[in-house]
Design a protein around this ligand. Structure first.
Ligand SMILES: NC(=O)c1ccc[n+]([C@@H]2O[C@H](COP(=O)([O-])OP(=O)(O)OC[C@H]3O[C@@H](n4cnc5c(N)ncnc54)[C@H](OP(=O)(O)O)[C@@H]3O)[C@@H](O)[C@H]2O)c1
Length: 315
């Protein structure tokens, strides 16, 4: 069996070594190598942002494993017919995402930036406590990451709402108190019932630009935006006017239309916007490789696997 690796952001040697070890442990014999243009046909590939040329040449792959949860860097390419695209299914990302969102939420809700500014000036000041019931958190996307975040937010007793494409129920998700909304028709009601908005949608033609003046202004007054999905979900020029008009209290952004965020972009210096460098949930090597090796073993035994991307839905 031949398995290729491609990922310009990753140093390949430790990935190849880890995958080889995981395959050996699963009793699979495989030759694992970095993909080069013109390489002979492979059986599987693990990739991050592959070039079109790789997909044009590797038409006999049984599966193409994406080294992340979001597959938008691949779905915009031509994928050979018959090649299954498989996304990472948590693999250590959901706990990181929950940490990130809780941090942003609590920092905003408890006004820690304002306390820090005061204490730096030697001021012992108190602020009136905010009430959780006045701060419902709405999560766009109730998938692998959105569900974990919903559970974590609910664990701190914030009211939680979630929005997905297909209808879901509290019983199905087992997240006590979660109010579920689904589809475009229920988006206005979801937004009107949310104060903090967390975006955890995949980037598709339907979700691109979903965070815009019209939608974000439907949040409860004094709302707060946390975008941890993809930069293209946000219409960037709409954000600062929403904050400066006072409708939004601020935003924490991990993802941007152009990454790295260009020097001089107004998000860098706006006092109510927190910028992080697309680091909310990183791909973890050992967890990812163990998951991919396990899925290859299942596919080789003719068994089904989780995480196959639906080419029609695009996620
Ligand atoms: N910043 C980072 O470091 C980082 C790290 C990892 C991932 N991400 C981003 O996070 C995204 C979500 O990951 P995931 O693993 O949770 O994805 P997932 O399991 O595929 O879940 C996606 C969720 O979005 C919903 N959805 C999709 N299209 C929709 C639409 N048009 N209308 C309403 N709901 C829609 C889905 O609804 P259904 O349940 O009905 O299908 C599902 O609940 C990834 O695609 C990636 O872009 C960012």
């Amino acid at each position: 069996m031949k398995i290729y690796f491609h990922g310009e952001e990753f140093r390949p040697e430790p990935w190849l070594a880890a995958l080889q070890q995981a395959l050996d442990a699963a009793g699979l014999r495989a030759d694992v190598a970095v993909w080069q243009p013109g390489a002979p046909p492979g059986d599987y590939a693990m990739v991050w942002a592959p070039p079109q040329r790789m997909l044009d040449e590797q038409t006999r792959l049984k599966a193409l494993f994406n080294l992340g949860a979001g597959v938008d860097a691949i779905t915009r390419l031509r994928i050979p017919p018959g090649v299954q695209l498989v996304r990472l299914d948590d693999a250590g990302m959901s706990a990181q995402m929950a940490e990130y969102v809780l941090h942003a939420l609590v920092r905003h809700f408890r006004e820690f930036d304002a306390y820090e500014a005061d204490t730096r000036q030697g001021r012992w000041s108190f602020r009136r406590p905010r009430l959780r019931q006045d701060c419902p958190v709405g999560i766009l996307g109730l998938g692998v990451l959105g569900q974990r975040v919903a559970r974590a937010v609910q664990g701190l007793d914030f009211p939680v709402r979630g929005w997905s494409r297909s209808p879901k129920s509290v019983e199905e998700l087992q997240i006590a108190g979660l109010q579920c909304y689904a589809g475009e028709a229920q988006l206005p009601a979801f937004l009107a019932a949310s104060k903090v908005l967390v975006c955890l949608l995949p980037l598709t033609t339907e979700t691109q630009g979903i965070l815009n003046r019209d939608t974000v202004s439907q949040l409860m007054p004094g709302g707060y935006l946390i975008n941890v999905a993809r930069g293209a979900h946000l219409v960037e020029e709409d954000l600062i006017p929403l904050i400066d008009s006072g409708h939004l209290a601020g935003a924490t952004l991990d993802v941007f239309r152009q990454e790295p965020l260009p020097a001089g972009h107004p998000f860098w210096t706006h006092p109510k916007i927190t910028v992080t460098p697309h680091t909310a949930a990183r791909t973890l090597r050992d967890e990812s490789v163990a998951q991919i090796a396990g899925k290859i073993a299942r596919l080789e035994r003719g068994e089904g696997i989780a995480g196959i991307v639906d080419p029609v839905k695009g996620y």
